[in-house]
Design a binder for this molecule. Structure first.
Ligand SMILES: *[C@@H]1O[C@H](CO)[C@@H](O)[C@H](O)[C@H]1NC(C)=O
Length: 207
């Protein structure tokens, strides 16, 4: 049951990552921990990278990977491992969904980090809401951050939450990509092909 156990480990890891991404995306709707008019929330927050990409879309691969260990559909052709192999093969489809979802969140996060937050700035002598850092210069020059008058701490809020989303999205994509390999091995050669991968991650299942 080697590649199945490994897939289960991947699924178990994906779930807390997804929940954390949803939480980050929700927090981003409250820049600097305050509530602002919806038109003053940074555009990229509305693209729901964390909620849809890393959250909802990741539920499907996570649950499928979790169940692979026990999934033998009906033991097709009276051959037990045959059904399991088919389940492994179909997990590739869900791994692809996970790569797309996580990849979407990664792309949105990179854009958001580059464009910076929406905040209250002084433009030609009047205070108004804008996106002052579209060229990404704030990343290398923190003295620019004070151009954002309100909400307090909006720049670090934006940068840290989107950075967390970026890192977790990359990890999700990597885990799903690993399941592509694991699922292929499981489908082609049966359970023990990926035993080397299992040793590190699922010692409990081996003893
Ligand atoms: C950072 O931005 C400030 C304010 O615009 C500017 O005076 C300063 O020269 C910049 N520093 C660097 C290293 O670019």
């Amino acid at each position: 049951m080697c590649s199945g156990s490994f897939a289960k480990c991947l699924g178990i890891t994906l779930i807390p990552l997804s929940l954390a991404c949803v939480l980050c995306n929700i927090l981003l709707f409250f820049p600097g921990g305050t509530s602002v008019d919806s038109e003053n929330i940074t555009d990229e927050v509305w693209y729901f990278g964390g909620i849809l990409g890393s959250g909802v879309l990741m539920i499907f691969p996570a649950l499928v990977f979790l169940g692979l260990k026990n999934n033998d559909c009906c033991g097709c052709c009276g051959n037990e491992s045959c059904g399991r192999r088919f389940a492994m093969l179909s997990s590739l489809l869900f791994a692809a969904v996970g790569v797309l979802g996580g990849g979407y969140s990664v792309i949105i996060s990179v854009l958001a980090i580059n464009y910076g937050p929406r905040c209250l700035v002084v433009i030609e002598g009047t205070e108004q809401w804008g996106t002052p850092f579209l060229d990404g210069s704030y990343l290398s020059n923190t003295s620019l951050w004070s151009e954002c008058l309100k909400p307090d701490g909006v720049v670090s809020w934006h940068l840290s939450l989107f950075s967390v989303l970026l890192v977790m999205g990359v990890i999700q994509v990597a885990l799903c990509a690993v399941q592509v390999v694991n699922g292929l091995l499981g489908a082609l050669c049966g359970d023990c092909c990926s035993i080397f991968m299992c040793v590190g991650f699922c010692l409990g299942d081996l003893v």
